[in-house]
Design a protein around this ligand. Structure first.
Ligand SMILES: Cc1cc2nc3c(=O)[nH]c(=O)nc-3n(C[C@H](O)[C@H](O)[C@H](O)COP(=O)(O)OP(=O)(O)OC[C@H]3O[C@@H](n4cnc5c(N)ncnc54)[C@H](O)[C@@H]3O)c2cc1C
Length: 403
């Protein structure tokens, strides 16, 4: 976003830019063959950024953040992208799970976990999705049972868990009461990823990366103080995480680098494509969509800067950005032909990675449904599970389907 900075913001930008110029030679590569070495280097770099005040920009000062606003966070994102260096490695921890612990955690949890998270010493993962609970997150079946001594036993399976293979802790949504409606019987836990009974298996994506995993829990023992937020109030805790997920994706979308200029450069070298009205029309259309995202991003930012929480319409930015970038990938593939898919081409990576982003952080259909219902006031989807205890749900659903 080309923000017109206030004098204070301009000073902040100048300070960030000067620091990055001085330190960019210390930055590690973004990716590479030796994944464990890259991860260690990026953890250390996150620590360097945190010490310089460039991580946890919006976190309160009491927990080690800078206590600044979302505009200052966007300025840091922009300057990091401009310097061509990696940003924070643990975006999920610092952007979503840390703010959840700040909002719902105990004082002990805040002082134990937030510092090492911010400085990259301990990476975190988000253990929400399951094979039968993605869009319908409140259907989670991983179960935690309270023991007589107040500790918990956790069993179940999570999936699509980004970074679980090098995470120290995870924030996990589990069912603790099956006798109440599904949104009410959930509790959030902090889970050490090296606990006995935790098994992590990598899943390889079409892009060649293996950033996410399936994670199995077999009678994992959790201390009473592993609970984050109220017992039975896990849905509210999860909503805080998902709100910060939306903000992290929304505010960071520029940093993903999906800019019209970048796409235009890719096809500008081809003389015939440059003169082809159809190519120009397709590029024009997706540019307009990205421009709309940019200006609605300004709206989100100014709402945030005035202390308001952006509404569900903020989800449109993700839907539109991903849609426009997929269209750009298709256009580039049409113009460059097989060259676009060469192994080390940035376009091959983008084309194979983007379809997954349609699901991450809320699928396109779910975001559109939410906008339909909550912004446009369209009739809500039929819901068969309202008010029914989770333990009776499958039987009722089966009966409804067969009748
Ligand atoms: C790159 C990536 C990283 C991820 N990282 C994490 C992570 O770290 N931690 C984590 O917990 N999860 C993670 N996820 C999981 C992500 O949150 C889920 O993919 C998402 O919630 C969708 O769930 P699902 O994949 O089970 O799809 P499903 O919910 O099974 O949906 C399948 C299809 O059905 C459609 N659909 C479902 N319900 C409806 C409806 N009511 N109306 C219309 N259409 C519907 C969906 O839109 C989708 O197209 C990640 C996903 C990706 C792609």
């Amino acid at each position: 976003m080309d923000l017109s900075d206030t004098p204070e913001q301009a000073r902040h930008r100048a300070k960030v830019r000067a620091w990055l110029q001085e330190h960019q030679h210390e930055a590690p590569a973004l990716q590479g063959e030796d994944e464990p070495a890259i991860i260690e280097a990026r953890k250390a770099w996150q620590g360097t950024l945190a010490k310089a005040g460039l991580a946890g920009v919006t976190w309160p000062v009491e927990v080690g953040g800078q206590g600044l606003g979302p505009v200052e966070q966007v300025i840091v994102n922009q300057e990091v992208a401009r310097a061509g260096v990696p940003g924070v490695l643990d975006v999920i921890g610092v952007g979503m799970l840390g703010p959840t612990i700040i909002a719902h955690g105990t004082e002990e949890q805040k002082s134990r976990y937030l510092g090492p998270m911010l400085h990259g010493d301990e990476v975190w993962c988000q253990l929400f999705s399951e094979p039968a609970a993605g869009s319908d997150l409140a259907a989670v079946q991983a179960r935690a049972i309270r023991q007589d001594d107040g500790s918990w036993r956790l069993s179940g399976q999570k999936v699509w868990t980004t970074n679980a293979h090098f995470a120290a802790h995870g924030l996990l949504l589990a069912r603790t009461d099956g006798d109440v409606p599904k949104h009410k019987g959930l509790t959030m836990f902090v889970v050490p990823m090296d606990a006995e009974g935790v098994t992590i298996r990598g899943l390889r994506q079409i892009s060649g990366e293996a950033e996410f995993n399936e994670v199995f829990f077999d009678e994992v023992a959790l201390e009473p103080d592993a609970v984050c937020g109220p017992v039975g109030g896990g849905w509210g805790t999860a909503m805080t995480t998902l709100m910060f997920e939306r903000l992290t994706i929304g505010l960071g979308s520029e940093a993903l680098g999906y800019r019209t200029e970048r796409f235009a450069v890719a096809i500008a070298g081809d003389e015939r494509a440059r003169a082809d009205p159809e190519v120009r029309r397709r590029l024009g259309e997706l540019s307009v969509e990205l421009l709309a995202v940019k200006f609605s991003g300004y709206r989100t930012l100014s709402a945030l800067q005035h202390g308001q929480i952006p509404g569900p319409e903020a989800g449109l930015a993700k839907v539109t950005t991903v849609k426009a970038a997929i269209e750009a990938g298709d256009l580039i593939a049409d113009v460059l032909g097989p060259d676009a898919l060469e192994a080390d081409s940035e376009w091959a990576y983008m084309i194979s990675f983007l379809p997954g982003l349609k699901s991450a952080g809320g699928t396109e259909e779910i975001l559109r449904n939410t906008i339909g219902e909550r912004v446009l006031g369209l009739p809500p989807e039929p819901r068969l599970d309202k008010g029914i205890p989770f333990s009776e749900l499958r039987a009722k659903e089966r009966a409804a389907v067969s009748s």
